[in-house]
Design a protein around this ligand. Sequence first.
Ligand code: SF4
Ligand code: SF4
Length: 63
Amino acid sequence: MEHANLPYRVIAAKCIYCGNCARNCPLGCITLERGSAHIDAERCVRCGECVQACFAEAIVRGA
Ligand code: SF4
Ligand code: SF4
């Protein structure tokens, strides 16, 4: 797929710092710091679990 490797990222302004994404990431590559979640793009396997876990719709895909 053309966009298969686009990174996931957190829109900090929408993040409510609930931690759901970090708890559901199978790689454990999401950390919470300075008021929002942060995805380690180097370790992320683009599985999409964090998007499903985020009720605030704060995680999107793309640059
Ligand atoms: S896409 Fe998957 S591996 Fe990447 S941050 Fe989200 S839950 Fe973790
Ligand atoms: S699940 Fe969404 S709102 Fe909650 S910490 Fe993660 S990015 Fe922020």
